[in-house]
Design a protein around this ligand. Structure first.
Ligand code: NAD
Ligand code: MG
Length: 394
């Protein structure tokens, strides 16, 4: 029996993780669940999974949650609040696996704490890795933690690696990664119409059902930019070894091209329970609840090269990793602020890359060798992006 802590339990990945856990209750016991503010979903999850402890980051919501638990069969659940408590529950002794599924930079410290504590880290929170790549991988190596990628593409790549492969290792016989992307909802929209795209249109992804932030990232293809950086870190490759491929059917989740010309692909229905179940059962496999792939329904598979004119965010991600140091952190922070402003209807869809690019131009990258430097760059870039947005809308 393994103990699991789910950081970001109430989100899209968190909900899918609990769905898989429920199918394997003889193998996994939920120790801790965390939420930012959504105590209604958390309450239902607590009724079903009865964790020992929960974190509700927002203090007022945490108090309301404690009230809600009173005189119920789950009144014994310990309720913590504040961001520091996330690190505490991610490192508890009876926690073996940590699902890192908080969205954005907020997930960095608890995900890193789990890595430092030598846990099996199931990493969905790509932003954490983009920000702290070298430090994160060093923490994993030092503590002997196991790092398993949840992002479907990276999970696919990991599955296509030779037996015994560990994330962070360089696989000399793999010469390239083909990183697939659906291209999002605006893959074919005339470029001049992108300016009018609404948040509702942007979050309506054709193949995947995900949180709002990553859905917008998929529409701008910043998601693929972040994933390209994530792949460089996880598989110790250079950006020129990673070819982004638009594959609108989202059946192949990525491929590895070997020196002998063999290309291995991992396929399946687009449902995050597959990579989640794979990582939870690893090195074995178990049922994920996902329907078998009907290859006849798929019928055909298409592949195209992405246009950097249509998707400037992808270009910015290549520029950020080429600059290195704190620049990927700056890219990520500016993107988080710009996406939020777009979702709040303060800026247009096409302003997102504009804000990020202006922000990146304002900073010199520093060597990202301490957490303090990274967190400072994150903070500065957030302030700068907010200022840029202010100038844009006035
Ligand atoms: P989501 O918005 O649905 O859920 C986010 C979770 O994080 C929620 O539980 C929320 O309570 C918590 N959270 C948000 N802000 C927080 C804060 N400041 N402090 C603490 N907790 C906070 O997001 P999601 O789609 O589940 O994505 C989660 C992560 O997984 C992201 O990094 C995303 O890029 C990655 N990912 C998601 C998918 C997917 O299919 N949804 C696929 C691949 C990777
Ligand atoms: Mg992905």
């Amino acid at each position: 029996m393994k103990g699991i802590c789910i950081l970001g339990a109430t989100g899209s990945i968190g909900v899918s993780t609990l769905d898989v856990v429920a199918r394997h209750s003889s193998l996994y016991k939920v120790i801790a669940l965390t939420a930012n503010t959504n105590i209604d979903v958390l309450y239902e999850q607590c009724l079903e999974h009865h964790p020992e402890v929960v974190v509700v980051v927002d203090q007022h919501k945490a108090l309301a949650f404690e009230e809600k638990l009173k005189n119920t069969p789950i009144a014994d659940i310990k309720v913590l609040s504040g961001a520091k408590a996330l690190e505490h529950v991610a490192t508890l002794d009876n926690v073996d696996s940590v699902m890192a599924a908080i969205v954005g930079a907020a997930g960095l410290l608890p995900s890193l704490a789990a890595a430092k504590a030598g846990k099996t880290v199931l990493l969905a929170n790509k932003e954490a890795l983009v920000m702290s790549g070298a430090i994160f991988m060093q923490a994993v190596a030092d503590s002997g933690a196991q790092l398993l990628p949840i992002d479907s593409e990276h999970n696919a790549i990991f599955q296509c690696m030779p037996a015994g492969y560990k994330t962070g290792m360089q696989e000399k016989q793999a010469r390239r990664i083909l990183l697939t992307a659906s291209g999002g909802p605006f893959r074919e929209m005339p470029v001049e119409q992108l300016i009018n795209v609404t948040p509702a249109q942007a979050v309506a992804h054709p193949n995947w059902d995900m949180g709002r932030k990553i859905s917008v990232d998929s529409a701008t293809m910043m998601n693929k930019g972040l994933e390209m950086i994530e792949a460089c870190i996880l598989f110790d490759m250079t950006p020129d070894q990673i070819q982004v491929v638009i594959h609108p059917q989202s059946v192949i989740h990525s491929m590895v091209d070997y020196v002998d010309g063999t290309v291995l692909a991992q396929m399946g229905n687009p449902d995050m329970r597959i990579p989640i179940a794979y990582s939870m059962a690893w090195p074995e496999r178990f049922d994920s609840g996902v329907e078998p792939l009907n290859i006849f329904d798929v019928g055909r598979m298409d592949f195209h090269e992405p246009s950097l004119e249509r998707f400037p965010c992808l270009r910015l991600a290549y520029e950020a990793i080429a600059t290195g140091g704190t620049m990927p952190t700056i890219l990520n922070a500016a993107n988080e602020i710009a996406v939020e402003a777009f979702l709040n209807e303060q800026v247009r869809f096409t302003d997102i890359p504009l804000i990020i690019e202006r922000c990146m131009k304002k900073f010199e990258a520093k060597t990202a060798d301490t957490l303090e430097i990274i967190l400072d760059a994150d903070q500065q870039a957030r302030l700068m992006s907010t200022q840029i947005i202010g100038e844009l809308i006035n």
